[in-house]
Design a binder for this molecule. Structure first.
Ligand code: FNR
Length: 390
């Protein structure tokens, strides 16, 4: 059997480079990366990425929740080699992380083709990208940059069913291995950082390429998006939102031929019902606190969702900032853990290379925590190694 990747070895590469006088080009930790990114991003992109809902309490709670959990070190159990591989609805992944969908990721790289740059980082690292419906480049082009790494497509289900089915068919045709339905964003949450400057990138025509290239969207327009982009953006606003019902889920299940992931599920009953209606994975997330300033962190809701899912894979994100957070979410039962803002900031600072370095850093920290604390596999982590400290 092949030896699984030992992600922690990345630190030797860094230290050995140091002997030649070479330091990492970008910070390996989130706080320094965020600071650098905020200095280089255009103000309206920076605000959009940093923004949370209301006074951003939930956004902060997501991050702080991780501090209340700690791993108990175990010794004498031979964690010299670790195995972080996971399997999701038949897709085998070398590591348990993926890149969460970020609608404006296209704008986070200096060339405004961030979706392609992130796809290249996915190809280089084996870390899947979940590409958003809101991208600067159409999904078919993004798929071509993913190499051998599986890609997932995130769907904002439009109000127009023909358009929704067209987006699903295009994603399947482009080779995406699963479709994630985002349930918590049929309307945008109240985000003062954007509202104070009246700035919403999509209404300026950014990140709408999947719509502008879609025959069913174009049918709705009097003039093409090339002739009248402002009218096309206004039409997008009309068609974007769809507050889905359980009956809609049955319809989407029927028209989708790849595994379906329900994103934004935080209540155990919703998890159970979605699984009963044929969903293949639950994605426990509160959208990074951007949508509802409801108070609870996503991490607090993970345990209940995992229990209700009863063995069906549970993806998790919201507040994950480093490798230790990844390990804690895995120990609480997440099958795979989504990285959000850290890769957006890495992209702003270092393009494809920046994302690769950040993903490798997160994986190295996770792997080394498991090595030092004596948990060689994810199954070992789940045998009660994590305790609530406060
Ligand atoms: C998002 N997120 C998101 N989710 C989704 O399903 N479709 C999308 O297009 C977007 N767009 C988006 C833009 C930006 C700027 C951010 C920060 C987030 C939510 C994302 O998938 C994930 O749930 C959060 O990023 C997790 O929170 P943290 O860990 O990044 O704080």
């Amino acid at each position: 059997m092949n030896r699984p990747p030992q992600y922690g070895d990345f630190q030797y590469e860094i230290y050995l480079d140091g002997l030649k006088g070479i330091a990492p080009r970008y910070p390996v930790d989130f706080a320094s990366l965020e600071e650098k990114a905020h200095a280089v991003m255009p103000w309206w992109v920076r605000n959009y990425v940093a923004a949370g809902c209301g006074n951003e309490h939930t956004q902060r709670a997501n991050v702080e929740a991780f501090n209340r959990w700690g791993l108990v070190p175990r010794m004498f159990n031979g964690s010299y080699e670790r195995d972080l591989s996971v399997s999701l609805f038949g897709v085998n992944l070398p590591s348990p992380i993926f890149m969460s969908p970020i609608g404006v990721i296209g704008l986070c790289s200096q060339d405004f083709h961030g979706d392609l740059r992130v796809a290249e980082a996915a190809a280089a690292t084996g870390v899947p990208m979940m590409t958003s419906t809101l991208s600067m480049d159409p999904m078919e082009e993004i798929a071509q940059h993913l190499g051998q790494t599986p890609g997932f497509f995130q769907l904002y289900t439009p109000g127009d069913r023909d358009l929704a089915e067209s987006l699903i068919n295009r994603a399947q045709g482009a080779g995406f291995k699963a479709i994630a339905l985002t349930l918590d964003t049929w309307v945008t949450g109240w985000r003062p950082r954007d509202l104070n400057y009246a700035s919403f990138p999509q209404l300026r025509g950014y990140c709408l390429s999947n719509y502008f290239t879609d025959p069913y969207f174009r049918k709705r327009l009097e003039k093409s998006p090339e002739e009248d982009p402002a009218a096309a953006a206004r039409e997008w606003m009309k068609v974007f939102g769809n507050s889905l019902t359980w009956d809609d889920l049955k319809w989407i299940r029927e028209v989708s031929h790849v595994p379906l992931i329900a994103k934004g599920i935080c209540h155990p009953e919703d998890a159970r019902k979605a699984i009963d209606l044929g969903v293949d994975a639950i994605y426990c997330s509160n959208h990074g606190g951007r949508q509802a300033n409801g108070g609870l962190s996503a991490l607090e809701m993970l345990g209940g969702v995992v229990e209700a899912a009863d063995g069906v894979p549970v993806l998790f994100d919201s507040g994950v900032r480093n490798g230790s957070d990844v390990v804690k979410a895995l120990a609480l039962g997440a099958t795979a853990v989504g990285i959000g803002r850290p890769y957006a900031y890495a992209l702003a600072v270092g393009g494809t290379d920046g994302v690769i370095q950040q993903l490798r850093s997160i994986l190295a920290e996770a792997d080394l925590l498991m090595a030092v604390d004596g948990y060689p596999t994810i199954a070992d982590l789940r045998k009660g190694g994590l305790i609530k400290a406060v």
